[in-house]
Design a protein around this ligand. Structure first.
Ligand code: UD1
Ligand code: CA
Length: 464
């Protein structure tokens, strides 16, 4: 039997009050509709069709190659939205799962269970339902005296008795594909919102003598629909819980999982410990036996094993095994910290390679540079990479020593085994085994104290 999935994503999302298309709002690092399509892919459907509205180029761009698209020109309701897929699907025999792009928490397993239940029951239509803690805003499932599903009533159309029902339409359905399109042609917009409701298909099929049923989920936590930013924050919390529990089951320690924010595609190795207030985003991999402390923010980066990140920010960079950084340091994009290297506090590194076992302990800026191995970079060193127009590169060779407070004005090459005296302003290349010293000489002026105005305030009697 062929299987299809239709994802409804053409709605305006007015309640979000946003410039961004509703289904593109991210939940734990992925746009909502991408979560939905990922779950749809797990059903191994023969075709996924996403219904998009005019001006939804970003949705098409996001899902290109993952889904087919059908355009719903005017947002006339969920029933009308499914009809937009008519040309692509209506001739096909098979089963169609319809879901909404604003329900990001459904798992592929739930979709598969719905397909299975629908087939076993030999239904024409099956709606996925759940008991909602607060059913407000959802369509209510109205059952007859025998407990069979009769119809779905929307919030705006229901009477008090109907609205008291707490079993809700999750927005996910499974249909016999051809019966779906047949029934859709009969849906009218005679309701409080003047919309063509997909939910009316159930009543239409039932009145034609078809088998219509419900598959009731035990818990509501996957069913949340995101219509506004309050829902968005709740969906994010639920998704975060799921992500963090997965990592904990895989052997990662979270000191306080309720306050640790990890995007869905992040990978973390065993025995790594993550403190509260850590944010790990995008396409990031963290190795095993790492410690990531409070206030760290790691984005699209690769962290090896045995790495300590102390309250630091790392963006699009790599830290190899046995390295450490922080507190309060910043790796900007394209930085590579090689094995054994140490980045201490208040250090900024940008587009630079810091070699094996090299130490950059304190208050330093390294930009556009290549540092070899076993180098010591003293406190307060500045790699001066910008002349106001262009960026220039600095090389520092293996085993070199850069004294505290130095400024290296790029472009510059410091060879292996070179020594730069503290507080030097280096403007010329330094050769192997040489020492460079470039600073004003110290001059001591004897008894100068007594020429200063301050002398009146102290050390009376000693005045000459
Ligand atoms: C819908 C259901 C409701 C269910 C709830 C579950 C209907 C009539 N109501 O209500 O029973 O409890 O979802 O979350 O189906 N869309 C389009 N084109 C349109 C209108 C909507 O593509 O013309 C898309 C939206 O992008 C959205 C989805 O369909 O992804 C649901 O639309 P929305 O307006 O959010 O419906 P709800 O009021 O939440
Ligand atoms: Ca909705």
């Amino acid at each position: 039997m062929q299987k299809f999935v239709i994802v409804l994503a053409a709605g305006n999302g007015t309640r979000m009050k946003s410039k961004l298309y509703k289904v593109l709002h991210p939940v734990c690092g992925l746009p909502m509709v991408q979560h939905v399509v990922n779950a749809a892919k797990e059903t191994k459907a023969d075709k996924i069709v996403t219904i998009v509205g005019a001006g939804s180029d970003q949705v098409k761009e996001l899902l290109a190659g993952q889904s087919d698209f059908a355009l719903q020109e005017k947002q006339l309701g969920t029933g009308d939205a499914v009809l937009a897929a008519k040309d692509l699907l209506s001739n096909q025999a098979g089963l169609t799962l319809v879901t909404t792009g604003d329900t990001p928490l459904f798992t592929g397993e739930t979709f598969n269970n719905l397909f299975k239940y629908h087939e076993e029951q030999k239904n024409a239509a099956t709606v996925l339902t759940a008991k909602a803690p607060d059913p407000f805003g959802y369509g209510r499932i109205i059952r007859d005296a025998q407990g069979h599903v009769e119809r779905i009533v929307e919030q705006k159309d229901g009477n008090a008795e109907e609205l008291a029902v707490d079993e809700i339409n999750t927005g996910v359905f499974c249909f016999d594909n051809q019966k779906l399109f047949h029934a859709l042609s009969k849906v009218t917009c005679d309701n409080a919102q003047g919309e063509y409701y997909l939910t009316d298909v159930l009543e239409i099929l039932r009145n034609e003598g078809e088998a219509v049923g419900a598959y009731k989920m035990a818990d509501f936590s996957q069913c949340l629909g995101v219509n506004d930013r309050v829902n968005l924050s709740i969906a994010t919390k639920l998704m975060q819980k799921r992500i963090n529990e997965k990592h904990m089951r895989n052997g990662v320690t979270f000191i306080d999982p309720d306050h640790t924010y990890i995007d869905i595609d992040v990978e973390i190795g065993q025995d790594t410990v993550i403190e509260p207030g850590v944010i790990i985003k995008g396409n990031t991999t963290i190795g095993s036996d790492c410690l990531i402390t409070s206030g760290s923010r790691i984005i699209d980066s690769k962290i090896g094993d045995h790495v300590t990140v102390t309250s630091s920010t790392i963006e699009k960079s790599e830290m190899e095994h046995n390295t450490d950084i922080g507190p309060n340091s910043h790796l900007r994009p394209q930085s590579l910290i090689k094995t054994g290297a140490h980045i201490g506090n208040f250090v900024e590194v940008k587009k630079a390679e810091v070699g094996v076992n090299t130490k950059v302990g304190h208050l330093t800026y390294i930009g556009d540079a290549t540092l070899g191995k076993e180098i010591n970079v003293g406190c307060g060193t500045i790699f001066s990479n910008y002349d106001g127009v262009h960026k220039h590169h600095t090389y520092v060779g293996d085993y070199s020593f850069v004294g505290a407070g130095s400024t290296l004005i790029a472009p510059i090459k410091v060879a292996d085994h070179a020594f730069i005296a503290a507080d030097s302003t280096i403007t010329k290349d330094v050769d192997k085994y040489d020492m460079a010293i470039a600073r004003g000489r110290q001059v001591n002026k004897p008894d100068y104290w007594f020429k200063l105005p301050v002398a009146e305030n102290g050390e009376e009697g000693e005045q000459k």
